[in-house]
Design a protein around this ligand. Sequence first.
Ligand code: UT7
Length: 323
Amino acid sequence: MINAKITGVGGYVPEKVYDNAYMESIVDTSDEWIIRRTGVKERHISDDNEYTSDMAIKASQIALENSGLKAEELDLIILATVTPDYFTPACACLVQKALGAVNAAAFDYNAACSAFVTGLTIAKQFIAAGTYKNVLVVCADTLSKATDYADRATCVLFGDAAGAAVVSATEENGIMETELGSDGDLAITALAYRNSDEENEKRVSKRKETIWMAGQAVMKFAVKAMADASLRVLEKSGLSWDDITLVIPHQANYRIVDSAIKRMGITEDKVFLTLEKYGNTSASCIPVALSEAVAEGRIKKGDKIILVGFGGGLTWGAALLEW
Ligand code: UT7
């Protein structure tokens, strides 16, 4: 039986920071409201000429270095983004070129904030089928370029970042179980080509390409989706919470994480958070946090961890890994 395992992980955040004092200067909000309702203190923001692929390349280089693999050994690069540099070429192709991954196929996919878990699931399938040995999963978003900075309910949440992981064939335990789901009935929207007066009207800025969401509905959905998906992978693996060293959830709002872990029946000492420093950076939240947890020694070889996310679509997913 061929298994798939993460052999190197990397994260990147841009230098520029929007702290809560800055948010107070652009919309009618307060540091106190943002911290109490979301838990976010700072977000990192890309420069005007810094794009999703630029950040994706940096995170990928770190992941490759940590894995000890050469770029030529990669068979496939899959990249998740909702803010690509171009509709075509895929951002994954820009990463392929910059890394010199001359033997790799490359494509983009979109599962919004659940995309890291989705990417691990895709990588595992290719590896288990014997098609590929080494897959690079990259998540990157410049959400700041799609944020409505006139909308105080969304602009305080988002930041920019990229995270990447090399997934390789192994006989060891690695990606043990995954669980994915979607519900197209509930939406967080940002439009590409479709013209819609109704969509424009929802936005404070009236710009359809900026992110709009029904915050309360998403929050309620997210708590249940994250708890249920985590319990499902635990159940499939036959393990219990006592076997799990760490949970890394999507970092959208502290209140969502807090309610979800109560529903899971675990305490915060089992949870790794970067929300305060980076806000919601879409799919890269989980790999960036994973990369920091590994660097800080919170995850050691043999530890079992759960990664769990939810996001636009709506989509959700969880993965149970042995490190
Ligand atoms: O990656 C997945 C994507 N999204 C999410 O996970 C987001 C999920 N939702 C949320 O995180 C929360 O719903 C928000 C943080 C967006 C909003 O928090 P909430 O507790 O659901 O607030 P609310 O929308 O019910 O608004 C409460 C009040 C409103 O004022 P009124 O109508 O009661 O006078 C809002 O206008 O808070 C007001 N408000 C703000 N006040 C100060 C909304 N945003 C702000 C703000 N500063 N930034």
